[in-house]
Design a protein around this ligand. Sequence first.
Ligand code: ADP
Length: 363
Amino acid sequence: MFRRLASIAHCPDDAGMARERIVSGESQGGEKHAASAASAASAASAAFVPSGLAVRPKTLQDYVGQSALVERLSIAMEAVKARGESMEHVLLHGPPGLGKTTLAHVIANEMGSTAWVTSGPALNKAADLVGTLTKLGEGDVLFIDEIHRLPPAVEEYIYPAMEDFKVDFTVDSGMHAKVITLTLKPFTLIGATTRAGMLTQPLRARFGITHHLEYYPKADLVEILKRAVVRMGISKVAVSGFDAIAERSRGTPRVSLRLLRRVRDFAEVRGTGAIDAPAVTAALKLEGVDDLGLDEIDRKYLRVLSEVYEGGPAGLEAIAATMGGDAGTLEDIVEPYLLQIGFLSRTPRGRKLTTAGEAHLKG
Ligand code: ADP
């Protein structure tokens, strides 16, 4: 699964070489360097952040949009602070790039504690999890990305840790086996997943707050871009530049920020230095990104459905086979946005191209 996702974050370019999808919500390169670290211990230190990437908001006030979630969190934080307790465990689900990791840092900052970042696949042995849990200080935040990928044997250890702040750890085996109970400091677990349906019921039930993050409307993306240019020290940006980037960002802040960096490079090297609508259009045309933020993979999906399957309904497996790709990949990284903008519909008999999708292909 991990390999599969890694490989589909790439798409073929004209020369047939693989390159990363600029419009993918998945993090690439140094964008989220801490999250994939093998253990929370190595990831938690205030790591070096390449210039231009240090644009994460620090407080709930700086966190743009997702107002229902922000309101729920601020009430919960104020209440536990008044009672002198640690913050409840929080489960965040939604597509990549919408700000789940950022919220974990914001919550830790607001609670005056430290955020430790790790991921389900990195915690592949019970000892990894226990080692991580025992390092947490009082009130610290442990962020586990892709929590649905925690191995079942590791997941079992997390239940008593979340509920009673203790873990029973077995040392040795056979007749020498001994169970040691370790007491943990009260901490807050923030789990993130793109696949809420894959979480086990016992794990899901242990979170006090569960919230689905929504794609961001254009106005929120413009606001995120405005704050980012200030932090990145970019001065020459026209309103039309913000609008054009936000429209191509597929509702995803990570995509907005990545497009901004790409357009800035283009404007400085090939353009006038100013980020405006013509610079955005020209820079992203080079990347194969159209006015709606669709790239070559999205268009290929739509074309296959239109031309090979006459608009559908067609089974996902069949579409994937025709494209020479993997069904799970298409479902995870291509279909959500096409469904969101109404170019695709899912019916009991398969995928169907909508009139709007057909019109976009012809336009
Ligand atoms: P996720 O964990 O959901 O994949 P991240 O938290 O890593 O997403 O966010 C991706 C990028 O988008 C980060 O650079 C982050 O600062 C920015 N970002 C995400 N959500 C917001 C928001 N609501 N306000 C401001 N910036 C945001």
